[in-house]
Design a protein around this ligand. Structure first.
Ligand code: SAM
Length: 211
């Protein structure tokens, strides 16, 4: 789903960039154990800061950022041509932004070494389908690492589901519970390596195991 105007302002703000740099990137992008010259995907790339951070942490051959909203793709491209001061030494020539729906993208099977999401899952109604898509696009042994901002404890989710769905829908999102997320990852074939909760946020790392 596309963001509201208020959400777009927040995603483009220095506050969001600060959160990504200080809170999310260290947990999503450190100690991944993927090889050099990797090909990486930032799904729901928003302002493009995530793609810069991927290049800051990893030795990538290519970083692709996709977003369903053409406005956000334009913002991300502008971020590459005029990166913020802290990012001026980060490589940009291997980054490409595309307007694509992550739930049915055109990338071939087993294409990426790593797929990242920064705060995107609850914005996607078909998030379970997205997880299957990520599995399909990853190489064997590839890593799926992401941050999720509004993961709900299972009891709250089951107790308040109708109200929660209505509230989330107002903002074009969907509520996700911890148990549902874990079951969907495992049901899609992922092996969960890390599931770290911090305040209302959650940091997940899963791998696509070989046969
Ligand atoms: C909350 S923003 C996060 C943006 C960025 N990752 C960040 O951390 O600042 C969610 C982003 O996901 C994008 N998005 C939503 N549904 C999508 C889909 N089906 N495919 C690709 N991108 C999507 C939105 O347009 C938006 O830019």
């Amino acid at each position: 789903m596309k963001l509201t105007i208020a959400e777009k302002l927040l995603i483009r703000s220095p506050l969001r960039a600060y959160m990504l740099r200080r809170l999310e990137a260290p947990r999503v992008l450190s100690d991944l154990g993927i090889g050099e010259r990797s090909v990486c995907l930032d799904t729901g790339c928003g302002s493009g800061i995530g793609a810069l951070l991927i290049n800051q942490y990893l030795d990538c051959e290519k970083v692709v950022g996709i977003d369903v909203d053409p406005d956000m793709v334009t913002t991300a491209e502008e971020c590459l041509s005029h990166p913020p001061k802290w990012a001026r030494n980060i490589r940009t020539d291997n980054i490409e932004f595309l307007c694509e729906d992550a739930t049915r993208s055109a990338f071939p099977d087993c294409h990426f070494d790593a797929v990242f999401l920064f705060g995107v899952l609850h914005h996607i109604k078909g998030w379970k389908g997205l997880i299957s898509e990520v599995y399909r696009m990853l190489k064997e042994g590839g890593v799926f690492s992401f941050s999720e901002e509004t993961l709900l404890p299972d009891f709250l989710f089951h107790f308040g589901k109708p109200g929660l769905c209505a509230a989330y829908e107002l903002f074009g999102g969907t509520p996700i519970s911890e148990g549902e997320l874990k079951a969907t990852l495992e049901g899609s074939g992922f092996s969960i390596q890390r599931f770290e909760k911090k305040l209302s946020m959650c940091f997940v790392r899963a791998t696509k195991e070989g046969p």
